[in-house]
Write a protein that binds this ligand. Structure first.
Ligand code: NAP
Length: 497
């Protein structure tokens, strides 16, 4: 592992123009407007520099956004699906055209290496294209009442104004995964980015406006006062749908607030993914998949492999090979050539990984590679592999959210599956095996919404992303993604013949 020595506090200066090309204001009713409550500061986690000051929405700003979303709702719901689709398709094209700008801005405010940021832009663009295609496929049904006396016509209608809350870890893709289906379904919305990463959401809104989205259909409220502004919005009677991606703890608070007005919810919450390597696994596949599932986004992914459960017969070779791969990575400022692992989002995230590592070591784990955090500029953490991790280690019940691979072994598969399921989370699980019977057996028994079978990546616009248990409610993407933004109505028609 190497730390890139090129990380310098002044390194954002050359990227000022990218930041300046993105609006720094609120988007309300089609107008970029300042906030009545000053600005919030955005920092580069690689250099800890202040990179932007962005309008910081207040309760009054949120009221204006609510009115704008409410005023635009009827017109947008009546806009032909083909028009909604074409606006999204144009936004997809603009996103591809603006890849370099969007990636640079994302790396600056969030830290991921430029190559990964470009990958996220491609993923976000694909999500927008997917929902451009879905807009014109909204359908319904026609059924006969069994006694022949009536017909039932089922139709799908937009839910109405939506509140969309996104986290900082995939700031563009998580926005696209909500804004895309909302627009496609005919819903207006208010997007609330995380305060660490408002620029990606503002850039997304800018390109949708450039693609011809009418005023008020999308409103964006960066804010440092999420708790203060979100509760009144959910209680306003205007918001009909909340789509939230973030931690389970915050998700539970918002579910409570949404319940008061019976606001529909989609909740994409935290994970604690088990990664099972069976005795017959192809270790080339296992190491590739483990590396992807652990190191994508520096481990700051809800889908990140949190607990590796490896059959004793292959554990040593798997551990050695994964450690070699992770230990060879270059850590540093994501804007620098050759850097493969960027900083974590902030000091607390860095300290959390350090504390989880120490706790596991104190309980008997062995350090195979890494283990250091960098205490100079930027929240850098060495990719770390621990083996012999004890069951009572804190990381078993904690979302690590960093580049720390924690390996435990098993001999009995049923017991391994029980351990994999011994968590309140249920987002994703990974299984590596060449045996089709075992593959299906384990996939069916894992208490998760998604299974990566011989792969470490499950995110794709064409599949229904989401979790069970305390990892969430609802699905994003695939055929189900747009359903989350549609209500079903049926019309009963008596027939007299
Ligand atoms: P977080 O602390 O829950 O924050 C998520 C969003 O909620 C942010 O915009 C945050 O803004 C806002 N928020 C926090 N408290 C709020 C409140 N009381 N009322 C209204 N909004 C509130 O999560 P995070 O640290 O940003 O993101 C990491 C988490 O997201 C992890 O648990 C990860 O697993 C999860 N995640 C899940 C998925 C998925 O698809 N299942 C995808 C990505 C991430 P403030 O920071 O201003 O409070």
């Amino acid at each position: 592992m190497t730390f890139s020595t090129a990380t310098a506090p002044t390194s954002t200066a050359g990227h000022r123009s990218a930041i300046e090309r993105v609006p720094h204001k609120l988007l309300i009713g089609g107008e970029w407007t300042p906030s009545s409550g000053g600005t919030l500061q955005v920092f580069n986690p690689a250099t800890e520099e202040l990179i932007a000051e962005v309008a910081d929405a207040t309760v009054e700003d949120a009221q204006r956004a609510l009115r704008a979303a409410a005023d635009a709702q009827t017109g947008w719901a009546r806009t032909p699906a083909r028009t909604r689709s074409e606006i999204l398709y144009r936004a997809y094209e603009l996103m591809v055209e603006r890849t370099d700008l969007l990636a640079e801005v994302m790396t600056l405010e969030m830290g991921k290496p430029l190559a990964e940021a470009r990958g996220e832009v491609a993923y976000a663009a694909d999500l927008i294209r997917w929902f451009a295609e879905e807009a014109v496929r909204i359908d319904g049904g026609y059924t006969h009442r069994p006694d022949g006396t009536a017909r039932n016509i089922q139709l799908k209608q937009p839910v109405g104004p939506c509140l969309l809350i996104v986290p900082w870890n995939f700031p563009l893709a998580m926005g696209a995964r909500k804004v895309g289906p909302a627009i496609a379904a005919g819903c207006t919305s208010i997007l609330k980015p995380a305060p660490q990463t408002p620029l990606s959401s503002l850039a997304l809104a800018q390109l949708l406006m450039d693609a011809g989205l009418p005023a008020g259909v999308l409103n964006v409220l960066p804010t440092s006062r999420a708790g203060e502004i979100v509760e009144p919005m959910l209680g306003s009677g205007i918001i009909r749908k909340l789509s939230f991606t973030g931690s389970t703890a915050v998700g539970k608070i918002l579910l409570g607030q949404a319940a008061r007005n019976v606001v529909r919810t989609s909740m994409e919450l935290g994970g604690n993914a088990p990664f099972l390597v069976l005795a017959d696994a192809d270790l080339d596949v296992a190491v590739d998949a483990a590396f992807a599932a652990k190191m994508r986004n520096m481990g700051e992914a809800c889908t990140a492999a949190n607990r590796f459960l490896v059959h004793t017969s292959v554990a040593e070779e798997f551990t050695t090979r994964l450690a070699e791969r992770m230990g060879a990575l270059t850590v540093g400022n994501g804007l620098h050539e050759g850097v493969e692992v960027g900083p974590l989002i902030d000091e607390a995230a860095r300290d959390k990984v350090r504390d989880l590592t120490r706790d596991a070591l104190e309980r008997g784990a062995r350090l195979v590679t890494g283990g250091e955090t960098r205490h100079t500029t930027g929240y850098l953490v060495e990719p770390t592999v621990l083996t012999n991790v004890a069951p009572d280690s804190a990381l078993n019940n904690t979302e690590i959210f960093g580049p720390l691979a924690a390996i435990q072994t098993f001999t009995d598969l049923d017991e391994a599956i029980a351990r994999a399921n011994d968590t309140e989370s249920g987002l994703v699980g990974y299984v590596i095996t060449r045996d089709i019977d075992q593959a299906l057996n384990v996939s069916e028994q894992l208490e998760v919404g998604m299974v990566g079978l011989n792969t470490g990546i499950v995110s794709t616009p064409s599949a229904p992303f989401g979790g069970v248990k305390q990892s969430g409610v609802g699905r994003e993407g695939g055929r189900l993604g747009i359903e989350e933004y549609l209500e079903t109505k049926y019309i009963s028609i008596p027939v007299r013949h």
